[in-house]
Design a protein around this ligand. Structure first.
Ligand code: NAD
Length: 466
């Protein structure tokens, strides 16, 4: 086993300084890998994969469990780096939570049983369905949950006998490099490598003939580019893309009882979460009461530097995202919508802090509703009939998650069944679980992650007939 962890990434000719989104101070130097470095990583992965594939599921699961132990041993160090680079606070459902989620997902992936399925065995015909390793998997990730999403991609890939080349977001490479270095203490050399380059490296990974599957989490626009560049080699793809999740509050819900759940559904990771609640539809009978209860909860949640133990909300990770949120809130204000909280970033403050913002009396076609804001700005839209709310919720081209809030589980379920989304939560939003399949509908992507379905997606199905 590779105790040194030194082959996590090839040596690079140049480096780039990564700056804190909170203070603007340097966090560290990230290698700038090139397409040539990618070739080296692919060669090493190709050399390491056959011996790994020859191990049993039990042996590979044991390595994943040892990797989880290693993550737990380094948990505080990893959480500190994640907080400094990504901006998310140490506390709340943020950096420490993300690192512990990495260990939890490694263990859950190791523990999921996968056996050959007997399809028919009637004395005449015998057919079994097996899953063989794909070979080499490319894992391309975003900057919002950089460690957790990397583990979502690599854990099932490794468990199924594949080697992996990881391409982290250029905004958060240090977190991913540090995490993989820790995991690599328990894996054979060359099996798992990070290539910390730009979009050119991602594009080459997505078209490379040696890569059998790409696990991609990121924007819908990049997902479409990957579909095109993977076509010539007919690569398998799992695409977890953008969303604009709707929540529908039914008239019987108790505003005070649901306010905190609504808050975390929308503002988890300061709104920079793929399956966060991004448009909230509230029945007119309880509209004012929900606005008031949610605003009271939101106003009490401290935002600031991630290393301050008191904070539970942080900055936006990058200026580009700050500008998107600012533009959308300005558009809402210009349309005459009512800002209940926030909407007024301080010009003289260092970092990308955008205050927690809640906007009411807003039309469904306002850009803050129709576009994914991916930040701490929630629009609340009034509705009169449940039919109208369902039509609005289903009216976009994306469908990652959705939620229904009600005191009546059966009524909530009836509405949930009519929503076009990969997951519909009832009285919560955005909570994922390593045992429960997760994936998007419509232009939020295709393929499932987590659980048994997630394991199968990292193998090639093979029928043995006879
Ligand atoms: P992004 O698409 O800009 O970048 C994601 C990754 O793709 C980066 O590593 C980037 O370098 C790489 N990339 C860019 N161009 C490429 C190309 N042509 N070929 C291959 N790789 C390329 O996304 P982002 O801004 O980092 O992430 C935010 C988006 O991700 C949001 O839309 C969010 O909703 C979505 N997201 C989705 C999920 C999910 O599970 N569905 C989870 C997290 C984030």
């Amino acid at each position: 086993m590779n105790q040194s962890g030194t082959v996590t990434a090839p040596a690079s000719a140049t480096t780039r300084t990564i700056y804190s989104p909170s203070t603007g101070e340097p966090v560290g130097e990230a290698p700038v890998h090139t397409v040539d470095d990618l070739e080296k990583a692919i060669a090493a992965a190709s050399a390491a994969q056959p011996a790994w594939a020859a191990l049993s599921h039990e042996e590979r699961s044991a390595a994943l469990n040892r990797a989880a132990d290693a993550v737990e041993r380094s948990a505080e160090e990893l959480a500190q780096l994640l907080s400094r680079e990504q901006g998310k606070p140490l506390n709340g459902p943020n950096a420490r939570f993300e690192v512990s989620g990495c260990a939890g997902w490694l263990r859950a992936t190791a523990a999921t049983p996968l056996h050959p399925e007997t399809i028919i065995d009637d004395g005449e015909i015998k057919a079994e369905l097996h899953y063989r390793p794909i070979g080499l998997v490319g894992a391309i990730g975003p900057w919002n949950w950089p460690m957790m999403i990397t583990v979502w991609q690599i854990a099932p890939a490794l468990r199924m006998g594949n080697a992996v080349v990881v391409k982290p977001s250029e905004y958060t490479p240090l977190s991913v490099l540090a995490l993989i270095k820790v995991i690599n203490q328990e894996l054979p050399e060359g099996l798992l490598t990070v290539i910390s380059g730009g979009r050119d490296v991602g594009a080459r990974l997505a078209e490379h003939p040696a890569i059998g599957k790409v696990m991609f989490t990121g924007s819908t626009a990049t997902g479409k580019a990957i579909i095109k560049s993977s076509a010539d080699t007919v690569k398998r793809l799992t695409l977890e893309l953008g969303g604009n999740d709707a929540g529908i509050v039914l008239p019987d819900a108790d505003p005070k009882a649901i306010a905190e759940g609504l808050f975390w559904g929308a503002f988890l990771n300061t709104g920079q979460t793929c399956a966060a609640l991004k448009r909230l539809y509230v029945h007119t009978d309880i509209y004012d009461a929900v606005c008031e209860a949610l605003t009271a909860v939101a106003a009490a949640m401290p935002m600031g530097d991630g290393l301050d133990e008191n904070n539970v909300l942080g900055p936006l990770q990058n200026r580009q995202q700050f500008d998107i949120v600012s533009r959308l809130v300005e558009a809402a204000k210009e349309s005459g919508a009512k800002v209940l909280l926030g909407g007024n970033p301080k010009a003289d403050q260092p970092g990308n802090f955008y205050p927690t913002t809640i906007v009411a009396d807003i039309d469904n076609d306002n850009p803050l509703v129709a576009e994914e804001q991916f930040g701490p700005a929630l629009p609340i839209i009034r509705y009169n009939t449940v039919e109208e709310a369902i039509a609005h919720a289903n009216g976009l081209e994306v469908g990652l998650g959705a939620s229904v809030w009600s005191a009546d589980p059966a009524a909530a379920r009836d509405v949930a069944m009519r929503l076009e989304a990969g997951t519909v939560w009832i009285n919560s939003h955005g909570m994922v679980n390593p045992l429960i399949p997760f994936g998007g509908s419509k232009q939020s992507g295709y393929g499932l992650e987590f659980g048994l379905e997630g394991l199968k997606a990292l193998g090639v199905p093979q029928v043995i007939n006879g």
